[in-house]
Design a protein around this ligand. Structure first.
Ligand code: 13P
Ligand code: SF4
Length: 328
């Protein structure tokens, strides 16, 4: 633990009171950031909290699309993202009508996966190809993409959202792994986009075999952003908070955790009598780790970085988020 932590924590608690602020943190945040937060959760839980919370300022410790969703749902509050560069590469993999920028490098990773979606493809192009087919946008998308979609989903509710829609076909963007998993578990035909999370995509079925050999009594939990062949070999597929619920209620004592390693903190804290092993130690999201106690204190002190969405985008994006919140 850094020797700065106690002083920074005191400053954050003081500023929080002065500014009537609430700190929301995603389950992948650094341990010390999770520990100072008022609410820690998965994307769905944090969206729900942002929609109903009573405060003047929300400090969102997560990545850009999460703070944007909070601002869309709570436009009268000041929403701060402590690290302006904390983005989600998957959210950048689709755009409404400009060809998406092709990412050639992923910070922190020497060997990113080789998929590159044809840059001429855009959400508008795919909608033209499938007129009238509803578009389900994973919350890991920009506000503009949400605004152009019919409904949002998270990893916790994707099947329920898809099943709630009329017709037998849906377009699901941008995560191909989540879409394939949803297709496997619903009655609908799913048209998937070719996006992916470069952190979850790293896990392979061989990793699952090796981890099971090393820990024969452990159950494997995997996030639906993992490859379908990894999901098929897991014991339980669910969102980050779904893993917390599963591990808490299961009779098993050992678990292999197939998601970003930030979740290990809560898993261990909430289940001290159980043992958790990461599926891969390098499942670390550099964007989620950008936020520190220092940047949370600066955010509150200097009112930065304010996330605001223009009304012309916010209103249709809110409709897509509200529809999701109504079905789940
Ligand atoms: P959850 O909604 O399961 O927390 O996942 C969000 C995310 O970004 C996973 O990489
Ligand atoms: Fe995006 Fe993957 Fe990081 Fe989640 S873990 S924020 S999907 S890059």
């Amino acid at each position: 633990m850094s020797s700065d932590f106690p002083a920074l924590r005191d400053e954050i608690l003081r500023l929080k009171k002065e500014r009537n602020a609430v700190i929301l943190a995603h389950n992948y945040q650094r341990d010390e950031v999770q520990d100072i937060a008022d609410h820690v959760g998965d994307s769905l839980e944090l969206s729900r909290t942002a929609a109903k919370i009573d405060c003047e300022v929300i400090v969102f410790c997560g990545v850009h699309f999460m703070a944007e969703s909070a601002s869309i749902l709570s436009p009268d509050k000041t929403v701060l993202l402590p690290e302006t560069e904390a983005g989600c590469p998957m959210a950048d993999m689709i755009s409404v009508d400009a060809p998406r920028p092709v990412r050639t490098s992923f910070p922190g990773f020497a060997n990113p996966p080789a998929y590159v979606y044809p840059p001429e493809f855009t959400l508008k192009a795919i909608k033209r190809q499938y007129p009238g087919v509803p578009v389900v946008a994973y919350v890991n998308t920009t506000a503009e993409v949400k605004a152009e979609s019919d409904i949002c989903c998270t990893s916790a509710n994707v099947v329920k959202v898809i099943e709630s829609l009329p017709g037998d076909t849906v377009i699901c963007i941008p995560d191909k792994n989540l879409s394939l998993w949803a297709a496997r578990n619903s009655t609908k035909k799913v048209i998937a986009w070719d996006g992916y999370c470069n952190i979850h995509e790293r896990a392979t079925p061989e990793d699952v075999v090796r981890a099971k050999e090393e820990h024969p009594g452990a159950l494997v939990m995997a996030h639906p952003e993992c490859r379908l062949d990894v999901l098929e070999s897991a014991d339980h597929v669910t969102s980050t908070s779904g893993m917390l619920r599963f591990a808490g209620s299961s009779a098993a004592k050992e678990f292999i955790v197939g998601t970003e390693i930030g979740l290990m903190h809560r898993l261990r804290k909430e289940n001290p009598e159980k043992t958790f092993y990461p599926l891969r130690r390098d499942m670390v999201c550099p964007n989620m780790k950008k936020t520190t106690l220092r940047s949370v204190a600066s955010a509150l002190r200097e009112n930065r970085y304010v996330i605001k969405v223009p009304e012309s985008v916010r209103l249709p994006a809110k409709q897509a988020l509200d529809r999701m919140l109504a079905v789940s």
